[in-house]
Design a protein around this ligand. Structure first.
Ligand code: ADP
Length: 404
């Protein structure tokens, strides 16, 4: 029976997973990549092997009661029934918030789980969801090593000044500061920079993670020095359903004049705004692109999405003191040539020159000329998690050996 490590990435209605051979190799050897989507409504399971061939698919039409518990039980049975079975040696989890303390992955003990639960007020929509599969596995398979890797951790290298809000120190000390998110994705991109272009690895880069959530990260020599998300995953760019940066006065107005409670205002800004709110049509870029000619709302939403990227890009370039490269990643960044072209045309002022043919192919370098260059690099958060998990376990082994 093959020994494997499982990586889980829990979303609001999805559970992504990857399975890696536990062979100690430096480059993780992936055997399966899959997901459950439509959890709570129309669950659908699909898994591919390392060559991208679909090796399993199942639907549970109308089974609204099918959640993480059922998904994990199904996945466990599926793994037991394939390739002569698999022995799980560890599970790695994507956890949104590591708070001020965790700049690396951590082993999930009952004390650490309690500490991470206590961070829920910092990410009320995401953190409780991240913690659910951890609890389920701890109950179903007690003793199976579990680790958490954090979306915030990669941004611990931001200078202190960049993490501050202009508020009294006591409130900063209570944890109200800029953390930044999408760090597992940005950490993965940084590992690819040297392979793609040496200037990305050593220079000043802005990367755009443009998925349902969206943010930019400014890197200096592969380390995060500034990012558009801050205290919460609501800040920065316009997203599928989130507003991005908004005048705090609007939040008070929604409550005082429009009768929303604090919880309603929060729910509104996270789920009814962004591409969905502005277009009045959809949070899905594909659908907006299809309808943009006929529906002015769809085009306006796209225009604002691009305008906000340009504005925030300018702020990161100021923080970096210049820019040597740009990287697109995630659902929109990897797949939507039209958005990439719009963004590169908007940031022409920084010297980027779109290569239209290369952009239509959408892999590798998509600019030309003598200025800074832009690239498409597909992200892989689960790859970062398994690498962090292995690094943590080998640090633990080393400290056990040196203590013996
Ligand atoms: P998440 O993992 O955060 O849910 P993704 O990274 O999958 O999100 O990104 C979802 C976004 O990517 C959606 O807006 C979707 O429309 C967009 N997207 C995916 N494929 C394409 C495509 N071929 N063309 C345009 N947009 C796409």
């Amino acid at each position: 029976m093959a020994k494997v490590q499982l990586v889980l990435n829990a979303g609001s209605s999805s559970l992504k997973f990857q399975v890696f051979v536990d062979d100690g190799a430096d480059v993780p050897n992936r055997i399966y990549r899959g997901l459950f989507e439509g959890l709570g409504t129309e669950p659908h399971f699909k898994v591919k092997d390392h060559e991208g061939a679909v090796v399993g698919e199942e639907r549970w039409p109308g089974h609204g009661g099918f959640g993480f518990e059922e998904a994990l039980a199904y996945l466990s049975d599926w793994l037991a029934a394939h390739r002569g079975g698999h022995q799980l040696t560890a599970v790695g989890h994507r956890v949104v918030h590591g708070g001020p303390n965790y700049s690396h992955a951590v082993r999930l003990t009952p004390e650490v789980i309690a500490e991470l639960d206590a961070l829920s007020p910092l990410a009320p929509l995401h953190q409780p969801r991240s913690m659910e599969p951890i609890r389920i596995i701890a109950r179903r398979v007690p003793g199976l090593p579990q680790i958490a890797a954090f979306d915030t951790a990669f941004h611990h290298t931001q200078p202190e000044i960049g993490q501050l809000f202009a508020i009294p120190q006591a409130i900063t000390d209570a944890g109200v500061k800029r953390y930044g998110f999408h760090g597992l994705s940005y950490a993965y991109l940084a590992t690819q920079f040297p392979k793609v272009d040496a200037r990305l690895a050593t220079g000043r880069v802005v990367a755009a993670h443009l998925g349902s959530g969206a943010s930019l990260c400014g890197y200096e020599a592969g380390r995060s020095v500034a990012t558009t998300m801050g205290f919460s995953a609501l800040d920065g760019l316009m997203m599928g359903t989130r507003c991005g940066t908004i005048d705090a006065g609007v939040v008070f107005y929604l409550q005082r004049e429009m009768g929303m409670s604090a919880a309603e205002a929060e729910h509104f800004l996270y789920t009814k705004c962004g591409l969905l709110g502005v277009s009045g049509i959809s949070n899905d870029m594909r659908e907006l692109r299809e309808k943009a000619e006929a529906e002015p709302g769809a085009q306006r939403a796209i225009d604002l999405f691009v305008y906000r990227i340009n504005r925030e890009f300018g702020s990161l370039v100021a923080a970096l003191g210049g820019v040597d490269g740009f990287v697109f990643t995630a659902g929109i960044g990897e797949n939507d040539a039209a958005t990439r072209a719009d963004v590169l045309n908007a940031i022409r002022w920084a010297g980027f020159e779109l290569d239209e043919d290369a952009n239509l192919i959408g892999a590798g370098k998509i600019t030309r000329g003598s200025g800074p260059q832009a690239y498409v690099i597909p992200t892989d958060e689960e790859w970062t998690i398994v690498r962090e998990m292995r690094a943590l376990m080998s640090r633990e082994d080393e400290s056990r050996t040196s203590a013996a």
